[in-house]
Ligand binder design. Structure first.
Ligand code: SF4
Length: 245
């Protein structure tokens, strides 16, 4: 049996299994002052959004707690003025460019950190058309915070399908299919795992979305049944392709 790792978080001594991240150590100790956005319990943590940063004594930079392992004697502080400023600025940048109307958790965080998106008046909201190209879900990337969870569950974290990934650079970075193909022309098997982990409503069950558009249940059923027929046609087309070497 390996020795536990001892560290202090906000002055509280915590003992954790070797390999435990700072975030998990804090949660184990009942400390709930570390917010998360891109982190998901069932996805590989990657420190993308940086909203979970903390101060670690002796470190010049702020440390992403979701993907940094606790080490013996580490002294962590989770909510200093510097940490608060970093989180506030990140939230302000997000809120000034992304439609967060379907993300109540992020909106709550914005209130808690007194983030003011008006600080970036020149920022243009990211604008993409809603992609409605399959029977199960729609993709509204104007609401996407680029947390990468959908890409992860589509790949090694769950499905091993690799239908989507990052595309573009800088402000134009987005989630997309290979060559922006319609989703049914990719390796997507419409498993819905990406929808399950999306924190912002960027990926949404199609029936829920059609209900929001004011369609009646009969119209929704007719539309999704028609879509399923389309999918069957697409599957037939794909199976007629020669096998790849
Ligand atoms: S679509 Fe949703 S899950 Fe995928 S990166 Fe955007 S916010 Fe995250």
């Amino acid at each position: 049996m390996t020795d536990p790792v001892n560290l202090t978080i906000d002055g509280i001594t915590v003992s954790v299994e070797p390999g435990t991240t700072i975030l998990k150590a804090a949660r184990q100790a009942g400390i709930d002052t570390i917010p998360t956005l891109c982190y998901h319990d069932y996805c590989t943590p990657n420190g993308l959004c940086r909203v979970c940063v903390v101060e670690v004594e002796g470190s010049r930079t702020l440390i992403p707690s979701c993907c940094t392992k606790a080490t013996e004697g580490m002294k962590v502080t989770t909510r200093t003025p510097r940490v608060e400023r970093a989180r506030r600025t990140l939230l302000e940048m997000l809120a000034s460019t992304v439609d967060l109307s379907d993300a109540p958790d992020v909106q709550e965080m914005i209130g808690e950190y007194s983030a003011s998106p008006q600080r970036f008046p020149e920022a243009a909201p990211r604008s993409y058309p809603v992609l409605d190209d399959n029977p199960m879900y729609i993709r509204d990337y104007a609401k996407c915070i680029l947390c990468w969870r959908c890409v992860q569950v589509c790949a090694e974290d769950a499905q091993f399908t690799y239908a989507i990934n990052f595309s573009g650079r800088g402000f134009d970075t987005r989630i997309d299919t290979f060559y922006s193909l319609p989703i049914l022309s990719t390796t997507c098997v419409v498993c819905g795992q990406c929808v399950g982990v999306c924190p912002t409503g960027a990926l949404k069950p199609k029936r829920e979305w059609l209900l929001e558009q004011g369609q009646s249940m009969d119209e929704i059923i007719a539309a999704t049944v028609d879509d399923r027929k389309l999918r069957k046609r697409s599957d037939r087309k794909r199976s007629a392709l020669p096998p790849q070497s």
